[in-house]
Design a protein. Structure first.
Length: 84
């Protein structure tokens, strides 16, 4: 199963920690990406949440393969900067 499909299976808004775990990056990185508008998110009062369908579409758009994770078993490919 590719990452986008895993995320689409979620029924509720995702929290920062969940998105960080799914993408295998730090929580701090997710906050920075959201602040820079690099990842789709919802701001609810002082909280940040992520719509699973928006994140799935974003994941697909980030893949240089067309589908994330399909080239090698257990591997996912995302466009990333130097920091994690």
């Amino acid at each position: 199963m590719i990452l986008a499909e895993i995320v689409e299976g979620k029924k509720e808004a995702l929290r920062v920690a969940e998105v960080a775990r799914i993408l295998d990056v730090s929580i701090k990185k997710i906050y920075r990406m959201a602040a820079k508008g690099q990842i789709p998110h919802l701001k609810i009062s002082s909280s940040i949440r992520f719509d699973p369908h928006d994140i799935a579409a974003w994941l697909r758009s980030q893949s240089s393969l067309g589908q994330i994770g399909n080239s090698l078993p257990g591997r996912t490919y995302l466009k990333r900067g130097n920091d994690r």
